[in-house]
Design a protein around this ligand. Sequence first.
Ligand SMILES: [Zn+2]
Ligand SMILES: [Zn+2]
Length: 106
Amino acid sequence: MDELTPWADHWCKWCGDQLPIDRDPRRLFCDNDRACHTAYYNDLRAERLKRARAGKTCKQCGATFTRQKAHAIYCSRDCAVKAGHRAVSERRRRARADSCYIGQSV
Ligand SMILES: [Zn+2]
Ligand SMILES: [Zn+2]
């Protein structure tokens, strides 16, 4: 990005109209603000939904799956349990190590 020309390419993110030069620098949309803003974010959301439906890769086994919930990161309950179990036992192990250490130092 060219720091010398911060105003050079400020176009409405949705319709491509040039923005007024004296606008709020954070402004991303033209005078048609509300409509362009809404349309842009509707489109973003639709795009995101489409990608979510296209599938994700399971963090545990690497399989591709279709997300049932927005935050799902595992293909199945099995994988979630496996991953969760590992995380819990890791935490427990660390907690136990901590308490041992404290026990010895007091
Ligand atoms: Zn616009
Ligand atoms: Zn999996």
